[in-house]
Design a binder for this molecule. Structure first.
Ligand code: XIL
Length: 663
């Protein structure tokens, strides 16, 4: 989609004086006089009602007709009609170059309705930004159902994070060319809360353990986001700017603007940079895998040589450009597919070159950046089958001399999954290899399946999330000798990739909320006693007076639930996990969990607790960091044990002598 940039109506230049929250009058849009009631209320910057019979600055994008109409109106008697559209991206547009201030958050709102007689469809609100002759398009509000019978409101926030020489907001359709009306457009400045300066800096709290990082885009290095980033973090990972589609969209043509800006910001502010990523099956342009005449490359020697030479040239250019500014590279990303018997993802890279793309990538990266740490990075590395296949590949390649220094665990997890024990097993699995490890992309989704969607994060999910952050970071800190950094995939909930992945819905997976304020998740890491156990529930309040910190409701004054899972079993041995949930209303400190093995099983090693076994009877007490078991909280152990004739489940689970239900 590309539309010629035409300015049919020049708006008078207006400067938004944010400091004094002044409103701006523009030639066509109506200036507002009502001051904000409170500082946090949105401040209207401009609006367009079309009641004066003009288009108030709105114009067509490319040849369609945009004119005032009195056929229907949302408010008053006038609206704006776009007709004669010949492409779905055509629609009424308003130039905003002189109105929007880079780095400031705005709410854009518009009412939309299809013209009489048009079949139902979908509309969206988008922004076009132009710079140096190239246009990019951002969605402010995604596809929304609309008919000719009713007005629908599109409203979303937008932050301009780039230097631009053209900027406009416009309404388009998802498909088709229906005539459409818009009305009552507003653009409001959204005042932000100040970045908190009276809370500990994460990087200081974790200073003795590992550097803490955040994934960034241009939006995180301006305004309040930049203040928050500098305050709490040691390292950054450009979330997209160093990927192949960003740096070399067409062969031999490199685009460095975003990567230079982000790496430059990091260097200027003393932040270390993780480079992400050199070879991946996604966000890689199609040209990489096709001949100059457009034929897909095959595994024949000439095609393979071409692919590897492209890979080498790419790595030389990208890694070479940043030199010492980038100390760690995710050389390879997501190459494991545990469903293949050999564990290797059937990517185009693999299909054309076998494992040679990995050998080439690491060799060239080492040559160009001899002191950088070179990583292989993947998701779901806690899943035993995937973990083991990754471990096998890394040990095989290292044995060949491929310079892999470290394993990156993405850790895109959620409030329920995975268990601490499985995460610990993930870290332990790579220790024998003698590689470094990093957590590279952590976020904790509030959703446990793709069907859920909450307009605002429910209080109980946020609380469960806080305990997850607490427990996972407690684990990381215990493994601080293995982990050379931990990175979160984002800075704050105002900008997370999980808002659109795996489905579109608002997620809240990070430590700071959409207003950049510390969440309970942050306190889970910094000081778990300050996790707010009774936040006001925003969605589906539970019947009990206190909000349960787990997704499961509380069941009584003194009760517990034991969930026992055999994770893996082999002749003579097995690995199991036990989760104890305090379903009672009372917090417990310094608890004891007991059970009895029916078949003479014998524990050889247990993590997340201290174990004593006396014949069939087992007792577990806390380690230094998990002795508090709040109402609704859980503790989870993992262990390795031996068995001989059979391995039936343990019985008689108790918490402080209290019998637990199982399940
Ligand atoms: C994500 C980015 O955050 C998104 O902005 C982009 O649209 C898709 O990619 N695993 C990775 C990251 O290794 O590169 C992905 O980043 C998230 C999953």
């Amino acid at each position: 989609m590309r539309a010629p940039w035409t300015r049919r109506h020049r708006l008078l230049p207006g400067l938004l004086a944010l400091a004094c929250l002044a409103t701006v009058a523009v030639a066509a849009a109506v200036p507002l006089t009502t001051p904000p009631a409170r500082a946090a209320d949105p401040v209207l910057v401009l609006d367009a009602t079309f009641e004066d019979g003009t288009t108030q600055g709105f114009r067509s994008r490319a040849g369609e007709t945009v004119a005032v109409s009195t056929a229907v109106a949302h408010g008053g008697t006038h609206s704006l009609l776009a007709s004669g559209r010949t492409a779905s991206w055509q629609g009424p547009a308003l130039d905003l170059l002189d109105e929007m201030v880079k780095g400031t958050r705005y709410t854009l709102t518009v009412w939309v309705r299809l013209a009489a007689g048009q079949s139902p469809g979908q509309v969206r609100l988008s922004v076009q930004r132009d710079s140096g002759g190239t246009s990019a398009y951002d969605q402010v509000v995604g596809d929304t159902a609309v008919t000719a019978d009713a007005w629908v409101r599109l409203s979303g926030t937008y932050v301009l994070a780039h230097d631009v020489d053209g900027l406009s907001a416009y309404v388009e359709t998802a498909s088709g060319t229906a005539d459409l009306h818009i009305d009552d457009f507003t653009m409001a400045y959204q005042p932000t809360k100040p970045v908190q300066t009276d809370i500990p800096a994460l990087r200081e709290v974790l200073a003795a353990d590992f550097p803490i990082g955040a994934a960034i885009g241009n939006r995180q290095i301006i305004g309040d986001q930049a203040v928050l980033l500098r305050r709490h973090f040691d390292t950054v990972t450009p979330g997209n700017a160093l990927k192949w589609d960003a740096t070399q969209p067409t062969e031999g043509t490199f685009r460095w603007a975003d990567a230079d800006t982000q790496v430059g910001f990091a260097t200027d502010n003393g932040l270390a940079v993780r480079g992400h990523t050199l070879v991946w099956h996604q966000q890689t342009p199609a040209w990489v895998f096709t001949d100059t005449d457009g034929t897909p490359l095959t595994s024949d020697p000439a095609d393979k040589a071409l692919l590897l030479s492209r890979l080498e040239a790419h790595i030389r250019a990208v890694v070479g450009r940043y030199g010492d500014a980038i100390g760690v590279w995710d050389v390879a990303n997501e190459v494991i597919d545990e469903n293949q018997s050999d564990g290797l993802r059937r990517s185009r890279w693999y299909e054309i070159s076998g494992l040679d793309y990995l050998r080439t990538a690491f060799r060239v990266a080492r040559e160009v950046a001899p002191t950088a740490r070179l990583y292989i990075n993947d998701y779901n590395t806690n899943v035993p089958a995937k973990r083991d296949k990754l471990r096998d590949l890394v040990s095989r390649l290292r044995a060949e001399g491929v310079p892999i220094d470290g394993v990156g665990h993405q850790m895109h997890v959620n409030v329920q999954w995975p268990s601490i024990a499985e995460t610990e097993a993930m870290l332990r699995a790579f220790i024998p290899l003698g590689v470094e490890q990093q957590v590279t992309e952590m976020d904790v989704s509030i959703y446990v399946d793709n069907g859920e969607s909450f307009p605002t994060p429910p209080a109980d999910r946020l609380l469960t999330q806080a305990y997850r952050y607490r427990d996972l970071f407690a684990l990381y800190r215990r493994y601080a000798d293995e982990l050379t950094s931990v990175t979160l995939w984002g800075l704050a909930d105002d900008d997370t990739w999980l808002d659109t992945f795996p489905v579109a819905r608002k997620d809240a997976p990070l430590l700071f909320d959409t207003e950049l304020q510390a969440k309970s998740a942050y306190w889970g890491i910094v000081d778990p006693t300050r996790i707010n156990p009774t936040p006001t529930p925003t969605v589906s309040p539970t019947a009990s007076p206190t909000v349960s910190p787990t997704v499961t409701p509380t069941t009584g004054p003194d009760s517990c639930r034991a969930t026992y899972t055999v994770i893996n079993q082999w002749p003579g041995g097995f690995q199991a996990s036990l989760k104890i949930t305090n379903t009672g209303a009372r917090a417990r400190e310094g608890w004891t969990v007991r059970w009895r093995f029916p078949d003479g099983q014998l524990i050889s090693q247990l993590w997340n607790g201290t174990v004593r076994q006396d014949g069939p009877d087992v007792a577990v007490t806390p380690t230094s960091w998990n002795s508090a078991l709040p109402a609704g909280g859980t503790v989870e152990f993992g262990f390795l044990a031996g068995w001989s004739t059979s391995n039936n489940r343990p019985v008689g689970f108790t918490l402080d002598g209290l019998a637990c239900t199982t399940g």
